[in-house]
Design a protein around this ligand. Structure first.
Ligand code: IPE
Ligand code: IPE
Ligand code: MG
Length: 248
């Protein structure tokens, strides 16, 4: 029996976030250049997205480009931006066929204009789809997002449209680029690294982590289902004790 058969449809995470890591090392281990690894990474995205739709995940957030990634060699950064634009164009029909609504989080205004344009286009053309929301984290940095939130709330306090006492978790969440998106129940990272790399720091306060040693181009349906199955066999206690969770 495959792992899909073991997945309990009633407790599939509503939101899964993935740090897609290891494209470069995968390519190098196959004697190829890093960009070849990123291209293969897009194939893994397509397969993972289909698998997520199949098991009715409602939000899939993919860390595609961090603010720190601008510091990589110029050819790699340019290659990644071109790959983004090409993939959005190539995958648009598939996104619509699978009922995928596209969204983006991060400092989108800091992307080259031609990337912003193709993102706007893909977001607009998929906006009525309802099976799943694919959230691409682009030029994303959690510390940037938190800094912007602090600035925005501070100016509202200064303008007296927000009182200090009314600042709560909900108000903060609504000032982040993930506004309206529920916090992920499950965060997956490939490539053997055990770190968060400036991703969704506020949103993962109670998220379950799942790390795999394989590189991102090797990830697909089987691995997604295994991660969900593993998640379903954990006890999320949220600070309580086990008997409280079990209602004993
Ligand atoms: C993840 O793979 C993709 C991006 C960060 C854009 P990497 O490019 O980080 O691959 P490694 O970690 O160097 O192998
Ligand atoms: C995290 O991967 C960012 C993305 C997957 C887009 P990195 O490869 O940039 O992270 P570090 O540098 O290993 O922490
Ligand atoms: Mg990496």
């Amino acid at each position: 029996m495959s792992t899909t058969n073991h997945i309990d449809p009633k407790s599939v995470p509503e939101h899964i976030a993935i740090i897609m890591d290891g494209n470069g090392r995968w390519a190098q281990s196959h004697g190829q250049d890093r960009l070849f690894g990123h291209t293969k990474g897009v194939d893994a995205v397509r397969e993972t997205l289909r698998a997520a739709v199949d098991v009715k995940v409602k939000y899939l957030t993919l860390y595609a480009f961090s603010t720190e990634n601008w510091n990589r060699p110029k050819e790699e950064v340019e290659g990644l931006m071109n790959l983004l634009v090409m993939s959005l164009a190539n995958e648009l029909d598939e996104l619509n066929e699978n009922g995928v609504r596209l969204q983006a989080i991060g400092n989108i205004k800091g992307l080259p204009e031609y990337c912003q344009e193709s993102l706007r286009e893909a977001i607009d053309q998929t906006k009525n789809n309802t099976n799943i929301t694919l959230v691409l984290a682009l030029n994303y940095s959690s510390k940037w997002e938190i800094r912007e939130m602090v600035k925005n709330i501070s100016s509202k306090v200064q303008e007296k449209t927000v009182s200090i006492d009314s600042i709560d978790d909900e108000l903060i969440s609504n000032e982040l680029t993930t506004k309206g998106i529920p916090d992920p129940e499950l965060l997956i990272r490939t490539s053997g690294e055990h770190r968060v790399s400036n991703f969704l720091l506020w949103q993962i306060a109670y998220t379950e982590f799942y790390f795999l040693d394989i590189y991102w181009p090797e990830f697909g349906k089987k691995q997604l289902n295994e991660a969900i199955y593993n998640y379903q066999n954990r006890e999320r206690r949220f600070g309580l004790v086990s008997s409280q969770i079990k209602g004993e």
